[in-house]
Design a protein around this ligand. Structure first.
Ligand SMILES: Cc1cc2nc3c(=O)[nH]c(=O)nc-3n(C[C@H](O)[C@H](O)[C@H](O)COP(=O)(O)OP(=O)(O)OC[C@H]3O[C@@H](n4cnc5c(N)ncnc54)[C@H](O)[C@@H]3O)c2cc1C
Length: 469
């Protein structure tokens, strides 16, 4: 019996397996597909680089930057390009540029003068007294006014989480902002205090690597080596004396371990733990991840009238646009397009328009081209286009999400040695997945170190070749 089996080779599973291996645990990672990385997938198409999933990392999560340094990939970093000066938001068929400094919204004409005044009045809005759950839309309308919430926060949520502000839980999506309201009495006051302490802006904290975000899972997979088995869909987890037995692969091979870590998407976690703990399984099954499509396009620079001096644009739902938004990939990072060309990525679907994300790829390219023509002044066909359709995109932290997470953690308590991790716990970003994996690793380590457990801790990292069969 080995120490731990990690199910799922996305960033969450890879980072957990790596942390356990580094701590001297005997671990095996089973991945359903023939590649690891999960959502993180960077593909070279000629001189273009398409990100099928995440396209940037957030530098403000210490667990992620520590891991980056440990893996030695910090030297391969791509910082945000110097042309990223604005964020763009569409209104009535044209893009408004908003400077990426804190006063950007107050100085731009995107918001009406009344909305700008109401935004400043946030300083005077009393903090909410009770701890009841609020939607993101309700929280932001209460604190910042309806126009700011609908024209700024709503598109942000569509872009960051493919979510709708009226459905998403503020407490689950942005617990730090809820805490700020309670501590400082005002979000603006809290942000000013934090900015003064740290001195950087959110947009400046994004980064990637020369060969894209997949640099990270590739580096983790290289460290893990034979710990990883690909093409191994896990079919069943059974409790056995002293641990768990996992059945995987087409031939239903089995492997036993003291601990089992489910690092899959929530719907898979629900299926795998259903017979162990139906209540926890029901909680996982209640976390929806609507489909999401990414349309990558490359153009000659001269085909585009827009200056593209920003990260991209995000569309408020009330503008009724087909795209959630688009990233100006080659403005964000170097090496994303060949010389004289630009790379753009459109995002379609999510909670706002799940059916549209399932449309035929050619239709998705057409929809994207139409919108780019209108908003960016693009002429002619792209020189490159590629569509990625995720059947399940980002997990939705809807109202009641925290209750579902508590039910999952209660399930873990009922089944010592069973652990769950992934992007539905503490945020969908890659950096949040890493932080969650680090936290999960410490819990597993504590469990395996309990008296009565014979652990493989001595002798440094050990691979687990030939333990399955
Ligand atoms: C289009 C898109 C854009 C995004 N943009 C960003 C961004 O810019 N920045 C950012 O930080 N984040 C972004 N994200 C979010 C981020 O990429 C994900 O939240 C994160 O990568 C999820 O990692 P994970 O390991 O938790 O899950 P996943 O990546 O979903 O990994 C789960 C793994 O489990 C495997 N698996 C499933 N079933 C089984 C089974 N039965 N047996 C074995 N293995 C199984 C799967 O094959 C998969 O490899 C984006 C996501 C998407 C989809």
């Amino acid at each position: 019996m080995i120490d731990a089996i990690v199910i799922g080779g996305g960033v969450s599973g890879l980072a957990t397996a790596y942390g356990l291996m580094r701590n001297g645990r005997r671990v095996l990672l089973l991945e359903r597909q023939y590649r690891t990385g999960g959502n993180v997938f960077s593909e070279r198409i000629g001189d273009f680089l398409m990100e099928h999933g995440p396209s940037s990392m957030n530098a403000s999560v210490p667990a992620a930057t520590t891991l980056e340094r440990e893996l030695g990939i910090d030297t391969l970093r791509s910082p945000l390009g110097p042309e990223v000066r604005y964020r763009y938001l569409p209104r009535a068929g044209r893009l408004h540029s908003i400077a990426t400094h804190p006063l950007g919204f107050l100085l731009s004409g995107y918001l009406t003068p009344g909305a700008r005044l109401r935004l400043l009045a946030e300083l005077l809005v009393p903090a909410k007294k009770d701890a009841s759950e609020e939607s993101v839309a309700d929280f932001c309308r209460r604190r910042f006014g309806r126009e700011f919430a609908d024209a700024v926060i709503d598109p942000l949520l569509g872009g960051l989480r493919a979510a709708r502000a009226g459905e998403a839980s503020m407490q689950a999506c942005f617990p730090a902002l809820v805490a700020m309201e309670q501590k400082y009495g005002s979000i603006i006051r809290a942000i000013v205090a934090k900015r003064l302490a740290h001195g950087t802006m959110p947009a400046q904290r994004l980064y990637s690597w020369e060969e894209g975000v997949e640099t990270l899972p590739r580096a983790l997979a290289a460290r893990l080596g034979t710990v990883i088995r690909v093409g191994m869909p896990v079919r069943r987890i059974r409790a056995v004396p002293g641990g768990y037995r996992v059945e995987a692969g087409l031939a239903a091979q089995t492997v036993r371990a003291r601990a089992v870590i489910v690092a899959t998407q929530p719907h898979v976690a629900a299926e795998l733990i259903d017979h162990l703990d139906p209540d926890a399984a029901a909680a996982a099954a209640g976390i929806d991840a609507p489909p999401l499509a990414v349309v990558f396009t490359g153009y000659r620079r001269r085909q585009i009238a827009h200056p593209l001096t920003g990260l991209g644009y995000l569309a408020p739902e009330r503008e009724r646009r087909a795209l959630l938004g688009a990233l100006f990939c080659s403005t964000m990072f170097s090496g994303r397009a060949s010389t004289g060309h630009v790379a753009l990525a459109a995002y379609i679907g999510g909670a706002r328009a799940p059916d549209l994300a399932r449309a035929a790829p050619a239709d998705l390219v057409d929809v994207t081209r139409r919108e780019f023509r209108e908003l960016l002044g693009v002429t002619g066909p792209p020189v490159v286009s590629r569509v990625r359709q995720w059947a399940r995109g980002l997990p939705q932290y809807r109202m009641g999400h925290q209750g579902r997470i508590e039910a999952l953690l209660a399930g873990e308590q009922r089944h010592p040695g069973l652990f769950l991790t992934g992007n539905y716990f503490s945020g969908p970003s890659v950096a949040a997945c890493i932080a969650q994996a680090v936290e999960t690793t410490s819990r597993i380590d504590r469990y395996l170190s309990r008296p009565g457990h014979v652990c493989g801790a001595e002798g440094g990292p050990r691979a687990s070749s030939a333990v399955i069969g």
